[in-house]
Every structure is written in structure tokens, then in C-alpha cells.
Design a protein around this ligand. Structure first.
Ligand code: 13P
Length: 254
């Protein structure tokens, strides 16, 4: 059976006091109500990470991730945060290649391949994001588009390295728009992603890789999305900013 994962991407939201409050609420509610078989991850902004890791100490149901890391190991890269720094504060996961990073900060597939390497060197688990813009879907080129993203940033990895990667399919037209992919659209893309992984790594490795859905996922639609055989959970933006909504999503596996 594959891992079930729900990760919250807070994006650039919450001051430090607000973020600590939200993290505490999530940790407390998950402790009381969280199903034992779901891996729960919260991804606050960089400067919240060290204090939030402290809040999460002494429990193992909620794990902490970052939203990005540098493609460089260390050195004169003003404003950047390295994978080794993340590891040193006790972070376990890092989101890489979110569409907002690609779109607004010009991150390329080649840079993302390097970020994946940096993360794996530090034993962080990358949550690698892929997903097509609306025009690409309207042209009917979405499967090829997403498979190319995977090929360009992941296919240099060994099978052992791939085993540490989590994939998140986030169609750009569904992010923050309230327009979710239908359960069928999510399932068919996830199945295609898995088939594409199998061409490079074999069926067994592909079958073990968790593939999360992201894009306007909320308590009212999570159950229908997670019920699909190739949807292994979600990467949640807006709804992860409310502890109750986020935990309702965590509880949405049938
Ligand atoms: P929303 O859930 O706000 O649509 O954001 C999804 C997302 O981008 C998570 O990384």
C-alpha cells in the first residue's frame, strides 16, 4: 500500500506569532483526531521553520517542510536558503518547483533538477510540483507537458533516490481559483504520471511513488479526489491556513 500524505503549503502568509498559533492548532487537532496512517506535513515560510520545528518536537504525527531551497550548496548567494540550513533546523521535507516559483521567479527545469539534488544530499524529502497552465490543457497538450516536467527535473535520479521523492500534480488553472480539477481529471493525470515514471524506473518504483493533488482542494471536495486509485493525498494552499479545514482534509481518506 502506498503512503497517504496531506501537506499544507502556507505560501507567503502568516506573521511568526500567527504561524506559531496555526502550527500549534494543527499539531493539537491532529494529535486528537488525525488518522494514524496519514502523513501530515506543514510547510511554513522559512523564518517560521525553527520555532515551528520546536513546537512539533515530542510528537511524530505532524512533520515540517520548507517551501523552497537553493540550487547551490553554500556561498555568496544573497537571500538564498540552502538545503543544509533546512536540515540543520530539523526540517524533513521541501517543496520544489511550485508553479508560483516557476512563474514568478523564473525557475527552470534545470534549476529544479539541481534543487532536487541538493535536497536529497541533505536527506530532505522533495515534494516535486508539476502541472500545466490553462492554455496547455485547452490545446490538449497537458499530458506531454507534465511528463516533460518530470523527465527534465527527475529522470537523472537513481531508483533509490526516486524512492524519496513525493510528486504533487497542481494544475495551474486550479490553484487559488476555486476551480478544482474533477476527480476524473486528477485520476487520469496521476495515472499518466505513474505510467511515465514506470517507463524510466519500472512498475514497482512507480507504484510506490506518492502522487498528491493540489489546486483548490478543500474539505468539501477532498474525499472525492482522494478516493481515486492514483491520488495519494493533497498539497493544500488556502485551506491549510485554517487548522480545522486542514485537519478535515487530513481525515478525508475513505
Ligand atoms: P490552493 O489550495 O490555495 O488552490 O493552492 C494549491 C497550492 O498551490 C498548494 O501548493
Amino acid at each position: 500500500m502506498r503512503r497517504k500524505i496531506v501537506a499544507g503549503n502556507w505560501k507567503m502568509n502568516k506573521t511568526l506569532p500567527e504561524g506559531k498559533q496555526l502550527a500549534s492548532e494543527v499539531i493539537n487537532i491532529v494529535a486528537d483526531e488525525g488518522p494514524a496512517d496519514v502523513e501530515v506535513i506543514i510547510n511554513p515560510p522559512f523564518i517560521h521553520l525553527a520555532p515551528v520545528v520546536q513546537l512539533a518536537a515530542g510528537q511524530d504525527k505532524v512533520k515540517i517542510g520548507a517551501q523552497n531551497c537553493s540550487e547551490y550548496e553554500a556561498g555568496a548567494y544573497t537571500g538564498e536558503v540552502s538545503a543544509a540550513m533546512l536540515r540543520s533546523v530539523g526540517v524533513d521535507y521541501v517543496i520544489i518547483g511550485h508553479s508560483e516559483r516557476r512563474q514568478y521567479f523564473g525557475e527552470t527545469s534545470e534549476q529544479l533538477a539541481k534543487k532536487i539534488n541538493r535536497a536529497l544530499e541533505q536527506e530532505l524529502q522533495p515534494i516535486f510540483c508539476c502541472g500545466e497552465p490553462l492554455e496547455v490543457r485547452e490545446e490538449g497538450a497537458h499530458f506531454d507537458y507534465v511528463c516533460t516536467q518530470l523527465t527534465e527535473s527527475l529522470f537523472h535520479l537513481t531508483r533509490e533516490q526516486l524512492a524519496r521523492v513525493i510528486i504533487a500534480y497542481e494544475p495551474i488553472w486550479a490553484i487559488g481559483t476555486g476551480q478544482t480539477a474533477s476527480a476524473q481529471q486528477a485520476q487520469e493525470m496521476h495515472a499518466r504520471i505513474r505510467a511515465h515514471l514506470a517507463t524510466q524506473y519500472g512498475e514497482e518504483a512507480a507504484n510506490k511513488t506518492p502522487i498528491l493533488y493540489g489546486g483548490s482542494c478543500k474539505p468539501s471536495n477532498a474525499r472525492e479526489l482522494f478516493a481515486n486509485p492514483d491520488v495519494d493525498g493533497g498539497l493544500i494552499g488556502g485551506a491549510s491556513l485554517n487548522a480545522r479545514d486542514f485537519v478535515e482534509i487530513v481525515k478525508s481518506f475513505s
